[in-house]
Write a protein that binds this ligand. Sequence first.
Ligand code: PLP
Length: 363
Amino acid sequence: MEDPFRYAHDREDEIIWMSQNTNELETSPLIQEAIIDAVKERKYALYPHQQGLKGLKEALLRDLGLEEGFGSIITNGAIEASYFMTRALFDPGDSVIASDPSFMPIHHQIELCKTNLEEINVYREPYRMTVENINERVDDSTKAILLIDPLNPLGSSYTRDEVKGISEIAEDNDLWVIDDITYRDFAFDHTLATDFVPERTLIIYSFSKNCGFAGMRLGSLITPDHMFDEISRYRSNPLSSNILAQVGAKVALETKDEWLSDMLEQSRKNQAIIKEAVEKTDGTHLPVYPSNTNMFIIDIEETGLHPDDVQEVLLKEHDIFVRAGTYVSKTAGENFIRVSFTIPQEEIEVFAEEFPQVIEEMR
Ligand SMILES: Cc1ncc(COP(=O)(O)O)c(C=O)c1O
């Protein structure tokens, strides 16, 4: 099969991009102005400071309420943070408890360390890991729990009690909690594992989704102070990350109160429009609604269609790029597609109009 990404990127301007949880909604014009000013001043000519743009780490830690006891390493996206964090933490024969469905690229990074994954099937109620099923998987080889909260691709998130329970398992069994909070700003409510086990929590942070910076490639690894130097030794990029991204990210954090709520309102309106379309479409349903992220899953199992075919027809015949479930689940991926909705409402309306017809025609 032709690479759908090559196909879609070659037609980028025509494509309605619902496949990667990227965010095209408005944030603040001040962010773009700061980036343009930095370009005009040719800030890109020098390497940034290894510790990142002055004030960026501080703004990030402040945003998370982690000013004391934590350090932030600025990275090329969350994906670089998880890459060297896994290298620093895991040895062959260790194991990590995680969910399936999940954001699989982190699983691949864990496997590169010859570390085993204990994947809990969460494609069933309550569509996230439970304290009980994590407890059942812990053994002497367990090193960490991968807590992606809110969860890509389902849009579910963990209650404060659940985060507490998971943290207690980590405490009792001497484990790390890898708290991937890429979608935290989309959640109705969110609890950091640092509230319970600050010394055992490593936070993976991304600017891609909340700030709409996916193409800028900026994220962070946040570690408790006692791990900062050890993990920093594994940095894959000691020359720091794109300065234009850092300039924009700092302004985005500083102005978040001015733009986040409007952005979320549009995102939630968009998911409601898709929900209506799904309800009109025989054989499809939303396992999790409302989503605590900027995406959710549309279950298509009862249509008898394969998600790869649905992805292909929507892309090639309708210029709508959604993601087949096989990308995010080894066990349940044939049952669903994933759609993200932080795109202009007009584009969501096109999807809402065409999706029911496409499914009907394909059946
Ligand atoms: C859960 C999760 N973690 C990490 C990432 C990677 O984010 P970044 O673009 O910052 O590398 C993604 C991207 O989709 C994600 O869904």
